[in-house]
Ligand binder design. Structure first.
Ligand SMILES: Cc1cc2nc3c(=O)[nH]c(=O)nc-3n(C[C@H](O)[C@H](O)[C@H](O)COP(=O)(O)O)c2cc1C
Length: 192
């Protein structure tokens, strides 16, 4: 299947790429568009319909509050003042940030944790693809911040885990991933 394939769904899938926060400007997705992105995420394969994830959108004035938490988390992790300010600024770059929260039921009798994580991965991919289809750029990010107890308690309820953040906005460039992917025949083989 080539990228020039006229099938629009396949074309969109084969063209999916991340756009980092430094290349994102206003406007970000509207409330209605955020709901549509979430609906796309909910179409991911999900054994027993557990919905092992949820999102929390951060935009407008809330970005400042998140930026303060990013700075505090960096300081708590031992970063110096200058690096902590960089972390603060990172929080302000994207017009909309979606915190990605995992809700894994570790004791589920039918669906082991790895299947629930697989669902969450599918949901992320759907959401990123849908954002690109609406003309936005987006990138999933995590880093040490995602494991900060301060940020986890700000975004999660008990038993939940902060996976990271999806930055979304209008892309200032049409940036393709630079790192190569393996050819598909290295990933697909035929078992016999
Ligand atoms: C859960 C998760 C966390 C990620 N965290 C980071 C991160 O902290 N920093 C980063 O540069 N890329 C991170 N990535 C990878 C990027 O989102 C992106 O997929 C990668 O740069 C490849 O670019 P592409 O999506 O255009 O192929 C993460 C991906 C996932 C699924």
């Amino acid at each position: 299947m080539s990228k020039a394939d006229p099938n629009p769904v396949l074309h969109a899938l084969l063209d999916r790429h991340s756009t980092g926060p430094r290349y994102l400007v206003e406007p970000g997705p509207s409330d209605a568009e955020l709901l549509m992105l979430t609906e796309a995420a909910l179409r991911a394969p999900d054994h027993a319909a557990l919905v092992p994830f949820r999102f929390r959108a951060v935009r407008g004035a809330a970005r400042e509050r998140m930026a303060t938490l990013f700075e505090q988390a960096a300081r708590a992790a031992g970063k110096d003042a200058e690096s902590a300010v960089l972390d603060r600024e990172r929080a302000l770059k994207a017009p909309v940030t979606l915190a990605v929260i995992a809700r894994i039921d570790l004791g589920h009798p039918q669906v082991p944790a790895h299947e629930q994580w697989a669902c969450l991965g599918g949901a992320l991919a759907h959401l990123l693809l849908a954002a690109q289809a609406l003309g936005y750029g987006a990138k999933m990010l995590s880093g040490a911040k995602a494991r900060s107890p301060l940020l986890a308690s700000a975004f999660c309820e008990g038993g939940e885990m902060l996976v990271g953040w999806i930055a979304i906005g209008t892309p200032t460039l049409d940036r393709r991933a630079k790192h190569g992917k393996p050819p598909p025949d290295e990933v697909l083989s035929f078992w016999s």
